[in-house]
Write a protein that binds this ligand. Structure first.
Ligand SMILES: CC(C)(COP(=O)(O)OP(=O)(O)OC[C@H]1O[C@@H](n2cnc3c(N)ncnc32)[C@H](O)[C@@H]1OP(=O)(O)O)[C@@H](O)C(=O)NCCC(=O)NCCS
Length: 220
């Protein structure tokens, strides 16, 4: 085992709800384009050397996407260091999750996604097996198709693990519901979550057949 992983095995896992959605590689999008050919962006599995960059994307994405929704004080206190620790732990946790990064030529990591088996206890229909635990793209690189590429790769990886359905929980911000609807997700439920003293809408979308995300036959 990577020595940096051995050193972190027994650290507590930071609760997902307090850190926000976290996040993981394929080759053809809904329109049949090759991922590696699109705008110089490559999707690949993350490793420990990506942890710093993933933390930067995570925190910067929170501070842009959730400003005006999550209290400023909360956004000010989330830290790159703590986020990096979370990602290092996740990268050590073995084969039950897949952390992917989107890397842009001459820029570096601009986004990431994490997929794995659905968390038990989430109030979604047990028919949904896999979970997109989180996805973040730097604000200046959104609306270029990178999020779509990452979700496709997560769905492909889940399928290799025998999980052909998928759900995602997300803070109901300005982009995410549109994004998941555009990808063919179905609204499952909306509940409430408290973050930094604010009570926010927390919504689950699902794909009973997540292979629609991977086989070139997704929504137009
Ligand atoms: C949600 C998020 C991951 C989407 O990533 P992205 O790379 O910008 O999305 P894409 O470019 O692949 O968009 C695919 C489609 O989704 C829809 N979409 C994405 N963002 C949208 C927005 N802000 N408004 C309306 N539709 C949107 C569009 O239909 C888009 O296709 P188009 O650009 O050809 O019209 C990104 O906005 C993000 O990182 N947000 C902050 C964090 C977050 O909310 N994560 C999700 C919860 S875990």
């Amino acid at each position: 085992m990577d020595r940096s992983c051995a050193a972190r095995r027994h650290e507590p896992v930071v609760p997902q709800a307090t850190r926000g959605p976290l996040m993981t590689n394929l080759q053809v999008d809904f329109r049949g384009r090759e991922v590696g050919d699109v705008r110089g962006v490559t999707i690949r599995a993350a490793d420990q050397k990506d942890a710093t960059a993933i933390a930067r994307v995570h925190i910067d994405s929170w501070r842009t996407a959730y400003r005006g929704l999550v209290p400023d004080a909360y956004l000010a206190q989330i830290s790159y260091e703590e986020s990096e620790g979370t990602w290092r732990r996740i990268l050590c946790e073995g084969d039950d999750k897949r952390l992917l990064v989107a890397e842009m030529d001459d820029v570096g990591v601009v986004g990431f996604a994490l997929g794995g088996r659905g968390r038990t206890g989430d109030p979604v229909d047990p028919a949904y097996e896999g979970e997109l635990w989180g996805i973040h793209i730097l604000a200046e690189h959104r609306r270029q198709g990178i999020g779509r590429m990452l979700v496709r790769e997560v769905a492909r990886w889940l399928a290799t693990q025998g999980m052909h359905s998928m759900f995602v929980w997300f803070l109901h911000d300005a982009a995410a519901p549109h994004f998941y609807r555009a990808l063919g997700g179905q609204h499952l439920r909306t509940t409430k979550i408290e973050i930094g003293g604010a009570v926010l809408d927390y919504t689950a979308y699902g794909w009973l057949d997540a292979t629609m995300l991977t086989n070139g036959e997704g929504p137009p």
